[in-house]
Design a protein around this ligand. Sequence first.
Ligand code: ZN
Length: 316
Amino acid sequence: MKSHLHTLGYRFLTRTLTGADNGESHLPGLTRRGFLVATASLSSCSMLSSDKNEPALTATTPTGPADPVKTPSNRAYRTPPVQGPVPRNPDMNLRADFSKSAGVTFTRVPVAGKYIALTFDDGPHPQNTPRLLDILRARNVKATFYVIGRSVDLYPGVVRRTVAEGHEIGNHTYTHRLLSKLGDAEVRQEMARTRDAIARAAGVQPRTMRPPYGGLLQRQRELVHAEFNYPTILWSVDPLDWKRPGPSVVTSRILSNTTAGGIVLAHDLHSQTVDAMPATIDGLLRQGYRFVTVSQLLAMKVETATAQAAVETPGQ
Ligand SMILES: [Zn+2]
């Protein structure tokens, strides 16, 4: 059973990456578990690679896809107050309304201060994402989740909780295909279906996008920016956590490579990544970093010279 599902997931990966079909016809036949296996194989945002040794995910019931839970639009949403004082990471009533003219693509953002954005891709996952949310909540840390639209439709409750706890949701496409191989109509469809799934699940609109594998042509980035108002968000820190190097390696890679204004890439699809987060976040807090969402980081953008001066001024 396991190997059959893994094969199914890998076949899905292969067909997806080679563009051997239109990418849609095989999806209805995938079981919920099969899709999880497929997305586990696909979870290498940072690199085009098929990790054939990736084990299948466990602990999901092999039932059919659940109907998306429909909720009314939540236009009056406000981030709830933080729970208890956390001196190094206080509640930050920071604006998140970044300007459309701020830019089309970001790998990091010049800011005046030790602010960083933690980002988690390829969820929601029914077990690992809630576990991560517990870890974040215990530290008052806010993150940004680049979710796969199809998984949002499978686990809308996880997305609702993520939003309710003050995190930001970004658009990571509906089927996790390599967008640079797709036509404009398919790119629009990937964006729109995911946007609508997020709105159905949690009543919010994503404000930024991250392309799977980082693969998006400049022309496509401009299209997505013009039509959806999404800047393309890449990353400055990549611990390669999807290769499952072990939690301590994930932690040390992030701690040694993060700098102010950085965008850290990780994947809440993988349990090892979640295992790495307590030590990672505590280590970053000890280094003096403060966590903001991607939109907040973009809204803090300053001219590069100003950011450099702030970093060089001790006692900031
Ligand atoms: Zn991804």
